[in-house]
Design a protein around this ligand. Sequence first.
Ligand SMILES: *Cc1c(COP(=O)(O)O)cnc(C)c1O
Length: 727
Amino acid sequence: MTTDTTSFCTTATSQWGTFFGIGQEVFTRVWEQLTDPSGNSVTYISMEIGADLDVFHPLRDRLLAAGIVASDDPPLDFHVKKFVNGPTKIPNYSGGLGVLAGDTLKSFADLRLPVAAISLLYRKGYFSQVMDSRLGQIACRTEWHPEQTPGLYLLQDPERPGTPLEIEIPFFDRNDARVPARAQVWMKLELAGDLQWFVPEILLDFSVPATPEWIRNAADQLYEASSERAKAIQRRLLGASVVPIMQRLGITSRTIHLNEQHGVVLVLHLIAEELRQRFGDDYAMLASDDDIRDAADRVRQRVVYTIHTPVKAGHDRFEKNLYAELSHSFCQRILHLLAADAEHPGMFNFTVLAMRVNRATNAVSRLHKLVTQKQFPAFAGQITAITNGVHHLTWVSPNRAQLYDATPLLAGWRTDPGVFRNAEGLKDDETFRAGLRDAWQRDTEHLVRTVNRMLIEHRNQMLSTWIDPPNYLSHLEGDQGRLFADWYTIGFARRFSTYKRADLIFEDLERLAAILKQGGFRVNFVYAGKAHPADEPGKALIKEIIDLQDELFHMTGGAARLVFIPNYDMAVARMMVAGVHAWLNCPKRPLEASGTSGMKAAMNGVPNISIMDGWWVEGYHDGTTGWKFGYEAPIDEAALREDPDALLYAEDAASFYALLPEILETFYHRPEEYLDRAIMNLARNCPVFNTHRMAAEYARNYGLRLPEEKEERLASLAALYQSDTPP
Ligand SMILES: *Cc1c(COP(=O)(O)O)cnc(C)c1O
């Protein structure tokens, strides 16, 4: 089809530029709310946002479904072709935090909430992972071009149409001299499923000539960690951008939501702004310490803060000396008052700052709330739980979605994940059971076919490049060197970090081999994940996974096969969570604050096998939705230790081996019982662990005034679950 008569092939024009796929009246309606003097909106700040077009995009998916590849109208033709043929990955995320942000914004859009998001645009994205069996993970530069990527728009300067908008953010050296940190501004629209609303993602891009190279370099790559200095600069760029870009675009949000403390420098600027209004331009000289604390109390009313991890590396601390080079002396004065680090007198603690300056602190699961209260006793009273979720439309596989669509009891699931409560009534429905079995099998076949193709590709690559294939199976021929779709398939994929213990279940290969031999069981293990390039222990874990493949193969006589898929991203994640038979999570309790990949599996009915940590404390229901294993440690000092000696490998691996035969027997000998668990996942976990419900819980903290029908919709979603009750 070349002509389009469809309503979504349309553009909206504003002084900032022209946006495709959204009607003029929709653009105007949303923008008016975001810029309304009442401030009745929210600005959401995140270091990373993951929302790749190849897993979900309401507009691109519509074009593809309708077979539209071009348009007779030249300006539209440009956009249509870009969407259909352009790159589909926006590597502005590293893992769970970013994917959560993307999922959250999609739900905000679906629920028509007035929200804008601010993040940075990283010209080198996050690193790409190449794997070599001798070297392990090799970090490569990610090639991507925002200019070619559909759905990303470079905003124009309204005073000089046709030239990019540029803003300057406050950045100072140690003598309080201004450093010209200038950025151009990209906008991505996170569209509602029905295209009747959007959430703008505003992405600051510091790669402009006026910006000094040392700032551009620090802004180039997400979580650039060549030095503490680069890391501190990157955080500052995010936090210091918020006020100027909101002012420039006219966004008036009273409430600002910090998705993790990375952007907390923002509050320093809000405090300074408060003081300027009170004392005028000489506020830095006139304001007393008490005035600063008073201003912080007022700023507090504007900030909602989500804390995402109990792990120390997740909390920013910077040397005071280092910080002196990068910020105004007045900023440092505020930090001395509000960000003192009791354990490290020479450092500023940015988590403490975020804890101090907010009106609502949210942990990301019930257990994480307890952990956070233990870690920050001075703030315990203000910490509540809003358990994470996933955007169900993003993570349900097309095969499963087709089944849900065809199931009358699930009617409306796309807009209201609450209808999955009805799924319990499907346990005895033979049509649904057969449909689920069939969809699942097709998803498994897709995963196994993709992996097998990759194994062959890697074998061929070995002949033409210096790269050794990362998988032992690539060296084997025929049926030896592949996976099988009718073998029990366990998936594990996430960031490689020591507390996540990726190698836990391979702790005792002899024991594992004995279990498989005894029952005559065969198992595929499919693994994926990146380690941050500066995380040496994390990289060593990946290497270990690669290294034990051949031993596992030989000790089990080929009955257990372990494959690692390089360069984990959202598309790999979606294929895996739908294709595997079980999703494994084995962190050291209670260091996994929430975990979200297990929720993605649950959206497809796939049972979890997991340590009782993060969301699984809430998603596990007496074995009906999956399995639990491991030591359920009380939450004390010992439990929070992260050092290698405290990771409880022996105990938790033994617990896994004790459980495994039961799981394999269920899968191979009592498949109907296995399927019951899948259906119970839909019934008990889909209504809860989705971002629509989560967004509805956050909306309460935001205190937005909304029209009645929106309030009602939010109330009915929030009623699905009360996160903030004891675990
Ligand atoms: C969902 C997701 C994650 C987060 O998984 P966790 O279970 O929370 O660790 C990380 N990376 C990608 C690409 C994802 O899709």
